[in-house]
Design a binder for this molecule. Structure first.
Ligand SMILES: [Zn+2]
Length: 275
């Protein structure tokens, strides 16, 4: 199952942007809830940073996303400062951060906001300026839906529409992930290999099959193309670390976690044991 961190910007003593009676922290909380509802219905596992008007630092949010092993991070904001339109920030490293940002930004712009585009903001060192983009292990974006202090933007603002735009973009981005059911019981049981000491009479092979055991961590090779079931392997799976959940002579069933949904069966030659 895909796990996404959907975070509401600001909260508690930090209202974010303020314009008249409008507080950014209130809008971001509502949007976070609406986006999360939609994603849950689509089968996505959701991590939120707050459930009410509470403080939530960028350090806490990043640590939460990392601890929960999120597959992606979306930090929701509304803009201020005299402009108009929608913009989304992604990482200078590009990749899935950029592709998430492009999909979200396109969907929000389609609602009628001026399209300010996908942007990066860097420090003098050339690293990502926003901690929520820089610190999580998973690809992350920061969405500025529209300008809280612009009456034209807020005149067309509709939380449900904005949530649809963001949620659909994320479903579109993450839908290639493959979920397969566990194989029939008969295929799950095979004799466990003999202890290594008894069988290693010849030099150890490059990848000892004994090491492919349930619970071991593997990295999917970037050259891997397809699951054994034929589905194309999504780009974000490549290079990522997974747990072996089941082992067959030539293949392993992998998952981002030690429990819950499976990602799919891969040939052993398409993964590297992390040891
Ligand atoms: Zn903000």
């Amino acid at each position: 199952m895909v796990k996404l961190a959907i975070f509401a910007g600001h909260g508690g003593r930090d209202p974010g942007a303020v314009s008249g009676s409008r507080l950014e922290k209130t809008y971001t909380l509502e949007l976070m809830d609406l986006v999360s509802q939609r994603l849950r219905l689509a089968g996505v596992s959701i991590i939120n940073n707050r459930t009410g008007d509470t403080e939530s630092s960028v350090n806490d949010k990043s640590a939460l996303a990392n601890r929960m092993r999120a597959d992606g991070v979306v930090d929701i904001h509304l803009n201020a400062g005299g402009g108009t339109g929608t913009e989304t920030y992604c990482s200078v490293s590009g990749g899935r951060s950029r592709s998430m940002a492009e999909k979200i930004n396109a969907n929000l712009a389609a609602l009628g906001y001026r399209n300010r585009g996908v942007k990066t903001k860097l420090t003098a060192m050339g690293t990502d300026y926003f901690g929520i983009i820089r610190m999580p292990t998973a690809p992350a974006v920061l969405v500025e839906v529209c300008f809280l202090d612009n009456n034209s933007d807020m005149g067309m603002y509709n939380a449900n529409q904005a949530a649809d735009a963001i949620a659909k973009a994320l479903i579109d981005e993450f839908k290639p992930i493959v979920q397969t059911d566990p194989p029939p019981a008969a295929e799950q049981t095979r004799p466990s290999p003999a202890p290594a000491e008894q069988t290693q009479t010849s030099p150890a092979p490059l990848q000892n099959p004994i090491d492919f055991k349930v619970g071991a961590r593997v990295t999917v090779k970037t050259t891997a193309e397809r699951f054994t079931t034929g589905q194309r392997i999504a780009s974000f799976v490549k290079g990522a670390v997974y747990f072996i959940r089941q082992v067959r002579p030539e293949s392993v069933l992998i998952s981002p976690k030690t429990t819950g949904a499976y990602t799919g069966w891969l040939n052993k030659s398409d993964v590297v044991l992390n040891g």
